[in-house]
Design a protein around this ligand. Structure first.
Ligand code: ATP
Length: 289
């Protein structure tokens, strides 16, 4: 097996259906890898199986079949857990605690040396300066998400698993989260980012995996996914008016000649890139159950 942060091979999981005999296939033969030091985007429509995959990665759910390894070891092993940081989609906190108390409890559970000073610095890093002593019931949804990030970062994880980490955040806070993801990656952490925010994935991720109805329907580097196979864009001006058109590689030279012959001046010829939204919609179209 390759030495990667996360490797998932032929993962399958069926859930019992209410009142039914046949179980529901949430994951059917899902395979992908997250190389060390890489940021991987994990995309898919609602119900595609993203959270189910994440639960398997965290060792919270046992797959029916398939092999899953985190840094080469089974995900539920204590050694692996110590290297993992997890930012959940919907954190379920006890509202009577404060952020500082949460950080202290988590530090004890993880066997990490703890100080109020370090916790306050961490809270400052995620934008919660001055909120350490406030009961969680007085914190907004976005502030609780910031606390989730602080808890995940506390152990300086080698692998950060994030499930919709910026869902309820305003644009400024999203940018702060993105910056922290890049900083963590900069210090060597591998990042698994499940997100519906395609612009975010496009901005921070090296590669992406797109899941639909429990199957991988597209995967690759962002460059591979966004690059249209053989579509090129010609920009030109004719009679003082700007124009552009997209043509296939095979017809590119003929079209340039024809435009020139019609009096057009060619301004630019460049490969045509699709948006991630385009890629996502094309890949998931028709795969829905
Ligand atoms: P979303 O983007 O909406 O969070 P998701 O991609 O995370 O969706 P999952 O939560 O993994 O999707 O769910 C995959 C499928 O499995 C869904 O059809 C869901 O209804 C079903 N499912 C998830 N958990 C259970 C469960 N405990 N019992 C039965 N079915 C489940």
């Amino acid at each position: 097996m390759k030495d990667c942060a996360l490797s998932v091979e032929e993962l399958s999981k069926r859930y019992p259906r209410a009142g039914g005999f046949r179980r529901f296939p949430a994951l059917s033969g899902v395979s992908f890898e997250l190389d060390r030091g890489e940021i991987l985007g994990f995309l898919g429509p609602n119900g595609a199986g993203k959270t189910t995959t994440i639960k398997c990665i965290l060792g919270l759910l046992r797959p029916d079949s398939g092999v899953l390894a985190v840094f080469g070891s089974p995900p539920a092993s204590p050694a692996v857990r110590a290297r993992l940081g997890y930012v959940p989609e919907n954190p379920d906190y006890d509202d009577s605690f404060t952020p500082l108390e949460y950080l202290s409890v988590f530090a004890s559970m993880r066997g990490i040396r703890h100080s109020d000073e370090a916790s306050r610095a961490l809270l400052g890093r995620v934008g919660l300066s001055g909120w350490g002593g406030t009961r969680l019931r007085r914190l907004s949804k976005g502030m609780k998400q910031r606390l989730s990030l602080a808890l995940a970062l506390q152990s300086r994880p080698d692998l950060l698993v994030m499930d919709e980490p910026t869902g309820g955040l305003d644009p400024g806070a999203r940018k702060e989260f993105r910056d922290i993801i890049l900083e963590e990656n900069g210090r060597g952490a591998s990042i698994f980012l499940s997100s519906h925010i395609l612009s975010e994935v496009e901005t921070v991720c090296d590669r992406a995996v797109i899941l639909s109805s429990g199957r991988v329907v597209a995967s690759g580097s962002l460059d591979e996914l966004l690059r249209s196979e053989d579509l090129w864009r010609i920009a030109y001006t004719r009679g003082g008016t700007a124009g552009s058109e997209s043509v296939h590689r095979a017809g590119l030279q003929d079209r340039i000649d024809a435009l020139r012959a019609s009096g057009a001046e060619i301004e630019e010829v460049a490969r045509h890139f699709r948006s991630l939204e385009d890629v996502f919609l094309t890949a998931t179209e028709g795969a829905a159950r």
